[in-house]
Design a protein around this ligand. Structure first.
Ligand code: PMV
Length: 326
């Protein structure tokens, strides 16, 4: 090995058209294509160092040794990369994020995008962005989108080769902002990996999937045209449809809290009053309020005052995953 250590950074992303449910759980081939933008203000930085002296992978997340399930997931992902690079060496992995993990802010997206890039670079595995996206996808579906910057589509597919992400517009294409109203920063009880397995138990999932290409196309066109009204209605519909599937799964997945609903209602009211703002919610109680830059300050101030909102994070679209090595 001529290099054994690398550091990479990646941003999480917010899905405007959501991924929920897999065609293949092992390969994480999604049941539908999805569309997101990456969040520049939120970042995960990961260093991977392969070391011949190690007898197992060692994983530290946010300055603490990772728990068993997180370690196992990182270990499995490194196994994929070791197999491609044809090496057996274990690695020391240290990862830090500047935002709460596991609370519906897609921390696994930035985590697995940064891990994929750092690990490949540390073992000198030269992959193009599409191959990195396919590989990151196997660690966490939404991580496939975090390899790329700006507005990104991740394609569903029947095989590993067919399911990858690509950028459809760069980060400066449209000055939108994600205001993330945090109502609870603690770790969610049912993570998305488990949640995806339940999607098929909902009688609404087949309907959601059958209509997904139409929704994605409307969303893509709204972004191309910078048409906020078109964006707002399709983004809220898509989020509501995913949560309807979650709520009608067996067992029921209910991620919302009272404050979540209060924020949704406030966003609807603000739009009615003329602000360009809409909501979308991932697998957690926090609400991503998407607005155009000119309305961000007014919206931020109002969201912060809603009872139950403990913080509001703010981010414009960001770039893709990068290595920090010189
Ligand atoms: O990549 P995962 O397994 O964390 O799933 C992400 C699922 C949602 O955040 C709810 C939707 C999405 O497309 O990001």
């Amino acid at each position: 090995m001529n290099k054994n250590k690398s550091t990479a950074r990646a941003h999480p992303n917010i899905a405007l058209i959501k991924y929920w449910g897999n065609l293949d759980n092992e390969l994480r081939l999604p049941a539908n294509s999805s569309l997101s933008f990456s969040l520049s203000a939120l970042v995960t930085q990961t260093t991977v160092q392969f070391d011949d002296q190690l007898t197992a992978d060692q994983v530290v997340i946010d300055d603490l040794p990772a728990n068993d399930s997180a370690s196992r997931r990182v270990n499995l992902h490194l196994d994929r990369i070791r197999q491609l690079a044809d090496i057996k060496t274990y690695a020391y992995v240290e990862s830090k994020s500047n935002f709460p993990s596991g609370a519906g802010i897609a921390s696994s997206a930035s985590a697995f995008a940064a891990l994929t890039l750092a690990a490949c670079s540390a073992c000198n595995l030269q992959l193009d962005l599409r191959a990195l996206s396919r590989l990151a996808r196997q660690g966490s579906g939404s991580a496939s989108r975090s390899i790329f910057g700006g507005f990104v589509v991740w394609h569903t597919g029947k095989t590993d080769a067919e399911s990858y992400a690509e950028s459809i517009a760069d980060k400066d294409h449209w000055p939108v902002v994600d205001l993330i109203a945090i109502v609870n920063a603690s770790h969610k009880t049912v993570g998305s990996s488990e949640g995806h397995l339940l999607a098929e138990t909902s009688p609404l999932q087949a309907i959601r999937i059958a209509d997904a290409t139409r929704r994605l196309e409307i969303c893509r066109q709204a972004i191309v045209d910078r048409d906020f009204n078109a964006l707002a209605s399709i983004v809220e519909l898509d989020s509501n449809m995913m949560h309807a599937v979650m709520m009608t799964s067996k067992p029921t997945l209910l991620y919302w809290s009272a404050a979540t609903i209060e924020i949704m209602k406030t966003v609807l009211r603000l739009r009615h009053e003329g602000l360009d703002i809409c909501y979308t919610i991932d697998a957690g109680p926090n609400v991503h309020c998407i607005c155009i830059r000119e309305d961000a300050k007014a919206a931020h101030d109002i969201l912060k005052k809603i009872p139950g909102v403990v913080d509001v994070l703010e981010s414009p679209p960001g770039g893709g995953a990068i290595t920090l090595d010189r």
